[in-house]
Structure formats: C-alpha cells, structure tokens
Design a protein. Structure first.
Lengths: 194, 194
C-alpha cells in the first residue's frame, strides 16, 4: 500500500499524473485543484492517483519537481521546539540552496513568482503546504501571519543572494548569514508580535 | 542653470535622453553607463545631457520613471538620526507603496527583478543609488552589507504583500506592518551584526 514501495502498472503513469497536475495547480491554485480533476486531466482512474500519492500535498510537492521533500524543514525545525527554531530553519535553508544540484530547480520556482500561475503555486501551495505547517508545528499563535512574515524574509533573501546576487550577501558564508538572520526569523516564528 | 527651471531647446530632448538612457542602464548597469554614452545614443551633445541632469544618479532615477524621488527616503530617514530610523523608513515606504498612483510603475520595476537588465538596474542602480546612501547617511559601519540586508527584507515584503498578495500581509493596515517590521529594519540599519 505504501506509495514509496514498488509500483505496479505502466512506469510512466506516475509521471503522466504529475504532468497533468502541474498546469492544474498553476491555473487553479492549490485549493482549486482536486485529485479527481487531475485524474480526469491525465485520463486515468482517480484510484490510480490515490495509489501513487497519499494526499494532494504529496502530489503538489511532486509537481514542484525539487530534488528533496521541503517538508524535511518541518521535521528539523519542529523537533527541537521553539528555542533555536530560527537558527535551525536557516541552517537547513542554506544547506539546500547552497547545494548546486538544487539551485536550478529552485530558481525555476523562484522565477515563477512573477507569473500568475507561479504566484498561485507559491502563495496557495508553497506557503500553505510547506511554511504554514512548519510554523504550526511550533505551537505558536497566528501561524498564517507568522508564515507570511517568514515568507517575506525568505523570498527576499532568495532574490537578493541567489537571483540578484547583491554583494556582500551573495558571497557571504552561510554560517555568517545564519547568525545575521536568526534573530529575525526567530522573531517571526515565535516572538511577540504587535 | 537649475535643471528644475525652464528648459530651452526642443521639449522632447529631455525625453529622448531618458529614452536613450533606459536601455543603456539595463544593458550596461549603473556603473557601466556614462553621461557621454547616453549622449551618443541619444544623438545629442554631452553638454545637453548635463544641462538636463546634474548627475548620473539624477538621470538614472528619471529613467526609472517613478512619480517621486526615491531619495526623499534619505532625507526622512537621515534627518532624525539612528533612533527610530527603521520606523521612519517603513512609514515612508508604505505611504509610497500604498498610494495607487505609485503602484503600477513600482510594480513594473519590481517585476524587472527576474530579467537580466532589470536585475542590473535593481542591484547596481536602485540599491547603490537609493539604499546605500540612506544607510551611509546614518553614519553606521558596513553600509553596503546593511543595505543588502535591508534590500532582502524590503524586496521580500514588496513581493509578498503587493505581488503575491499573501494574506494576512496583503490586507494588513500599514501601521501594524510598521510596528511588525520596525525592529527588523532597525537591526539591519543600526544594530550590532555578527
């Protein structure tokens, strides 16, 4: 039953489902897309979509085509509790972004920020599926607001360091950036907000 | 002699100079563009460029085509000294961005963040011409680094609130956002950095 085990059926079926899902998420947003609509678009039985993907979140993350599960952030940040959560989140963030193998697919998603479809993916999908659960797992108040504040710093950091390559941010060692941004991220995650 | 007074010559000359300057700034960056190159591109005498624009910074800001002088930020932030600089900067920022008349030209510039020419304009031009002088005017150490950190939060805020329209950030009243972001901006402007 595990979607991570051996899969019966044509080996391209899973890829066909992901290919069908990607434009639906882009056009309809995360909330407007259903497993049933994806099945219809891919021309397969809805049961087959559920066979490959436990949830719409799993299917969405597969459609992002990044070489890791962004929800690993959740585990790393949440398992240590609120103290030091900002530092752990940033350490994980830089270990992913500073890895050349991840850079290109991540930049492709980041560039989508200015296309209507990419905007919905980032807003409804990435922030809702990845960032809000990270914040909620810390047991703090106002998780949506904290997630939006966190997103506003992380998106700006991505653009400044990796897209615009503004110095001295672009060539700063990650340890220095973790120390620089940790108090800010910690504030957004767990601090008292006005 | 004032470039703000009555201008002799054809009324379209100034516009022709700005039109010639815009792609040069985009292609060559701020540092790679000279008043002389702009004059050659516009087919006018270099003295005429200097007649209309006191400095390359003035010409660059005119080429951005925003309905205000971004350097007003400098005056507002610098005149009160380091204390409360973050709050003043944010109050000015929201008064500009929340004004519908400014929104469209500003968003056009913001969208340029993902085009190579727009990237150079933002990195060499906007950060160098507008943000670094604001920070330097406060008399703090490491103005380039502080400007980059400030840019990383402001650019992310622009994208999250005005482009992606992530809630509850998108509909939050500016006073609440000033209070929320002020400690962060103050840290970047004047705080002790690691």
């Amino acid at each position: 039953m595990s979607p991570r085990g051996r899969r019966p059926g044509a080996p391209d079926t899973r890829a066909a489902i992901v290919d069908a899902a990607r434009p639906l998420f882009a056009d309809l947003g995360f909330s407007g897309t259903s497993m049933r609509k994806v099945a219809a678009e891919a021309g397969v039985d809805p049961a087959l979509v559920h066979h490959y993907f436990d949830s719409k979140e799993d299917l969405f993350l597969a459609s992002l085509d990044v070489p890791f599960d962004p929800r690993m952030l959740l585990a790393v940040v949440a398992e240590g509790g609120p103290d030091g959560a900002g530092e752990r989140l940033l350490t994980t963030f830089f270990s992913i972004w500073d890895d050349e193998a991840n850079r290109l697919p991540l930049l492709t998603i980041a560039r989508g920020v200015l296309e209507p479809g990419g905007q919905r993916l980032l807003r409804d999908g990435f922030i809702g599926v990845v960032i809000v659960p990270v914040v909620s797992a810390l047991g703090v108040d106002q998780p949506e607001r904290r997630a939006a504040l966190l997103a506003s710093q992380i998106i700006g950091l991505v653009l400044t360091r990796y897209v615009l390559e503004v110095e001295p941010l672009a060539s700063a060692p990650p340890e220095l950036l973790v120390a620089t941004y940790a108090p800010v991220v910690q504030r957004y995650l767990t601090g008292d907000l006005p």
